[in-house]
Each structure stands twice: as C-alpha cells, then as structure tokens.
Design a protein around this ligand. Structure first.
Ligand SMILES: [Zn+2]
Length: 439
C-alpha cells in the first residue's frame, strides 16, 4: 500500500462518517452524497494506479534480470505467467526432467532428437536405403554442405542444356526458396551478377572431383557463345566486366578473398562509370554532378550530427537536388491542361528553381539573412582552398559538393559538411515549408 491509497482511504472514511452523522441523506445532489461518491472514485483510481505501477516495475525487473540474473529471470517469468505457468514447470525428455533454468536445455535436446534419424523397428528400411544410397548425384538442397544456390544452379543448368538440345524441361517443385536477398546500393542487375560470380568462384574452388566443377569444365570447353548454358552466361559477364576467361579460373582458381576482391572491383568500377555517364543525360540529375560512388551515401543525404530537426530537413533537400520537387514550370511541362508557369507566391515571374530558391520576392524576408551567410561562408571556403572557379549560387544551394571534384578536396568536403551544407539545407527546407503553407 502506498501513501496515496492511505490518504484516499482516510478521505473516504471521513466522508462516510459525515454522511452518516447527517442522517444518511438520499438526495443524489446532496453535497455529502457527492463527496462520498467522489472519495470512493478517488480510492479506486489510486488502487488502479498502484496496480499499473507494480506491473511496470515487474516488467522492468524482468528486463534487468534477463541481463544480470538468469535464475531470477525465470522466476519472474513464471510469476508473470500466473497459474498457467505451473502447468509447464517441468519438461520431460528421454526420461530426464528439466525445470526452471534447465528448461532450455530440455528443448534443445528435444529438437535435436527430432532432427536425428530414428532407429525405430517400424521404419521402412528398404526406403531408407533408397534415400541414403540411391540419391541422384545431381540432387542438391537438403544435403549436407550444399547451398540453396547450388541446388538452383543444377536445375537451371539442366533446363539450359535441354534448351541447347531443343528439348522441353518439366520440373516438379516441392518448395521454392527465393534466391535473392536484400539488394542494396548497386542496381539489382549488378547484385545478381555478383551473386553469379560468387557461385562460379565456389565452383572453381570445389575441385575436379565435384560434380559442379565437372559440369563447368564440360560446358566451358564444348559450348559456343550461342549456348544457353549458365556457364556461357558467366563467360559473357566476364567479357562485360573485363574479367579474364572463366576457364582459366576453373583450372587455376583464385582464393575466396582474391576472387571476391576481383569481382567487386570490376563490377563496381563498371557500374560507377555507367551510372555517372548516364546521369549526364538526365537533366534532373544535373546538380548531382557525377558523384555516384558505390557503397557511399551522397553527403547531402547525411547530417554531421544526429539532430532530429536537421534530419527532418533532408527529404525535401534531396527532392530539390534530384529535380523531383514539383515547381510550376515542371507542372506546366508535364500537364496537358494549361498551367501557368508563373510563381503562385509572388505572381511576377516564372517559378523556376532559381526563382524559387533565390529570386522570389515573397520568400525574400525569410532568406535574406541565410543567403548572406551562405555567400560569406562560400567565399571563405573557396578562398581557403584556392578554388578559381566561378561560384554559381544556385549550384551551391542545391549541391555545394559539386565543387569537390577530386579526392584532393576531402578537407573541403568536411568543411562543407560542417559550415555550408547545414545552411543550404535550412534554406531549402524553409522555402519549401513556406511555399507548401501557401498552396
Ligand atoms: Zn515567386
């Protein structure tokens, strides 16, 4: 019991006594009747609070105990379970019984038994022999030391071989596993190529005795480039990424580490070049200036500190930089209905990016100070790093990193991170917020 409940009980008793003393009035509007009711409510409320508080404390205790004290943890858990907990206090496995902290061990034994082959006399021994000994040498998956990808390869290559022979393949599937996990950073196509190369590397290292190696050797020696074979696909990929003939890696395989390094370097440099080349063709990406680096986040998508208010400004900042923030001029260009390109805030000129970020008179009052800060910071930084290029204010605001062209500008990048980018991010965020409020 706590102090609040104590008070509530006293108050309730007092109210009851007063009410009794006044001859137990029955009128619900009577002050004493109301007071008696209110003190009863108050007592109930305090009791509920206490119960809730205890529940919170119990949970807290469990969480703490989980880290500190295993025995206490189990005790608390069974208390939390209440009466039901008693029903599964003990676990019997193989004539042994397990309880409390040992219960996990019991489950472990139970499940490992499930996975073992059982020696019961009722088992169809003949069938077991078939499964054990007469497994097709090409069968993969659910066999020891084989990855699902290898199983997929076998089926896939079988189908491709049939295509070469102009035969139909019919497959019966019991279960299908998705072959690809989460794809990140690189385009999906490149990730798939990486997986394929990894698999081919495994096959190269698996040695002449493995079925996979022998199939690889056969296909790579006898098939021409027109074949549907997966190994010929690998050969084509090697040409694409400027990697040596796959046959040579089959004969003299690289170590896992070297192979991985080789394919990563080749694939990354191919895609970096391709994406940057293509980004030149997209007008909307013109401000990002060939800055795609595999595995690296563009600096405008990051903040120096993890300040939640700064992070909230990033999405709209990215929209502006990638040309996906919709301005009146974009609307007019993509809409069949006649849309006025004129800025809806000031009604005096076309709403282009430059107008929106730098020119619009309606936004003038909020951006004057910050634009001045941006210009000053920019001049200081450019002087510090001896940059002789002309400063384009719009480029600075949209992507200040456009001026960090070589890796020698690493320090400039850091300076921009700290001094310039927060200002630009803030300016864009403010502009967009005000503009959204006006629509
Ligand atoms: Zn305007």
């Amino acid at each position: 019991m706590n102090e609040n409940i104590d008070h509530a009980i006293k108050a309730k008793k007092q109210a009851h006594a007063l009410w009794k003393f006044q001859g137990r009035p029955a009128d619900p509007c009577n002050e004493l009747v109301i007071n008696k009711k209110q003190t009863t409510y108050e007592l109930r409320k305090q009791c509920r609070n206490e119960i809730a508080q205890r529940r919170i404390n119990d949970r807290e205790e469990i969480i703490q105990a989980r880290v500190m004290d295993n025995k206490l943890f189990h005790k608390l858990i069974s208390r939390q379970r209440g009466k039901l907990g008693k029903l599964i206090d003990e676990l019997h496995v193989d004539q042994s019984s397990y309880s409390e902290t040992n219960i996990l061990e019991g489950w472990r034994i139970h499940f490992s038994n499930l996975a073992k082959k059982s020696n019961t006399s009722k088992f169809d021994i003949q069938y077991l022999d078939t499964v054990d000994n007469k497994q097709n040498p090409l069968q993969r998956g659910f066999t020891e030391n084989s990855a699902p990808l290898i199983a997929t390869l076998m089926i896939d290559e079988f189908e491709r071989e049939n295509k070469d022979l102009k035969k139909t393949t019919i497959l019966g599937m019991l279960d299908a596993k998705s072959a690809f996990d989460v794809v990140r950073q690189l385009p999906a196509e490149a990730e798939i190529h990486k997986r394929a190369f990894t698999l081919f590397g495994n096959i190269c290292r698996s040695g002449k005795n493995s079925m996979e190696w022998r199939i690889a050797e056969r296909q790579l020696s006898i098939k021409n480039m027109k074949s549907n074979s997966w190994f010929i696909e690998i050969k084509k990929l090697c040409l694409k990424y400027d990697i040596d003939d796959p046959y040579s890696f089959l004969i003299t395989p690289l170590s896992k580490f070297l192979w991985k390094k080789l394919i990563s370097t080749k694939i990354n440099s191919y895609w970096e070049k391709r994406i940057n080349d293509e980004s030149k063709l997209y007008q909307t990406l013109s401000y990002l200036e060939m800055s795609y680096k595999i595995g690296q986040c563009h600096p405008i998508a990051r903040t120096v500190d993890a300040n939640i208010r700064d992070i909230a400004k990033i999405p709209v900042r990215l929209k502006i930089a990638t040309g996906t923030y919709i301005l009146q001029t974009n609307r007019a260009a993509f809409n069949q209905n006649k849309i006025d390109v004129v800025c809806m805030l000031c009604n005096c000129s076309e709403e282009t990016l430059a107008h929106f970020l730098l020119g619009c008179t309606r936004l003038e009052y909020i951006r004057r100070d910050i634009l001045e800060k941006i210009t000053n910071t920019c001049s200081l930084l450019f002087a510090k790093y001896n940059l002789s290029v002309e400063i384009d204010l719009l480029t600075v605001v949209v992507n200040p990193y456009a001026y960090c062209i070589t890796s020698a500008h690493l320090e400039l990048t850091i300076d921009i991170n700290i001094h310039l980018e927060p200002l630009c991010r803030h300016l864009i965020y403010t502009d967009c917020t005000i503009s959204d409020m006006n629509y």
